[in-house]
Design a protein around this ligand. Sequence first.
Ligand SMILES: C[S@@+](CC[C@H](N)C(=O)[O-])C[C@H]1O[C@@H](n2cnc3c(N)ncnc32)[C@H](O)[C@@H]1O
Ligand code: SF4
Ligand code: SF4
Length: 372
Amino acid sequence: MKNIENRGLVFNGQPTPVPYFTFAVTGICNYKCSYCCIGAENHGFRGEEIPLNEMLEIAQIFYQKGVKIFRITGGEPTIWKPLEELIQGIHAIASDTHVNLNSNASLPKKLIPILERNSERFTLRVSVDRMTPALDTPKTWTPRLSETLKEARKYVPVRLNMVVMRSNMNELPQLIDVCNENDFDLKLLDLYYNRDFFGEDGKTMVDINEFWWKQFVPILDTLTDVMENKGFSFINQYDHGSFGIPLPIFTNGNIYISVKDSTRGTHFHKDCIGCSEYRCQEGLYSPMLSSTGTLHVGECRYKPYMTEMRGLPHESKEKAIDRMLTLFKETELSQSKLSEILEVYLSESAVQKGLAPESVSPFRRSYKSAHV
Ligand SMILES: C[S@@+](CC[C@H](N)C(=O)[O-])C[C@H]1O[C@@H](n2cnc3c(N)ncnc32)[C@H](O)[C@@H]1O
Ligand code: SF4
Ligand code: SF4
């Protein structure tokens, strides 16, 4: 059985204030998945990039505060030129740093040599949403992707990420077989509500809301049986020390499946109450640095939680990081009412019910005042 010790708020026996710190290194991507949006996890951050030396200075400060895992995402990070320098810079901070790279693995000529040269303390996370080609995502288990990931697995542990939607949920058993055959772990993500999904071609805001309602699947209620039928059981442990949305871990003794199901609630800070998105779907799950050098909370765009780090003196950067870590320390888990709400609405689209688009998302205040 693989070691799962380093998944929580302890890393190699040492306490860590947050499970990981994230760099969103670019908003550019060569794909256009229906559920994503311009900029992806770097959404809304355009302009001059923060230089690599400042990114590493920030990583160093987080390391000194006890954070050992550094996640790199985008957009598509393999498009970003200094990717390997960032990875090597993180590894050079100390001998116990770890890099998790999120990628669509579409550029094997760039990706595989990076894995080969930096195979220690590294995990690759690749999105695969479908076993058979379909219009809604380019991220399909094709012979080419299979070849790339088999090659990748020679060098580093690999985890697949699947965004579970109505349109692909019946392909989960096959994807689990792929994981078993190739020794890949798996993460199932429920559909995060974006204001501006790419959606299917030329969608309007109404259609976009309808897209979420049509496609959202409460994973634990819907697919736990599927995992159990494949020999997986819940081991009473959660990924990431339960920050953000608690991620229950299932295993068959060989590989792990972690499940991100926002119907089970997430972590908020008391100051979130002043935010127009309260309660958002993600809550506080990881401190993140945008490509332009804004330190912020994961998917959160709440200005009071942001600091522009580019060009700041070292002590000011450190103070901003201390503030960020305090914010995380003070968060608490709120169980949302989402499950109840979904029971009523999943059978029928909210648009068909005649609701105004802005009231459709259950994660918005307007929805709460109208329905909770
Ligand atoms: C934004 S991508 C960036 C890295 C890389 N381009 C990739 O696709 O893996 C990181 C992860 O976010 C997931 N993601 C994007 N939009 C999402 C959404 N609306 N809901 C849930 N997951 C989403 C992707 O499937 C992917 O696993
Ligand atoms: S999910 Fe990843 S691959 Fe798909 S469009 Fe977004 S950034 Fe690109
Ligand atoms: S968007 Fe940010 S501030 Fe607003 S509720 Fe979510 S985590 Fe809190």
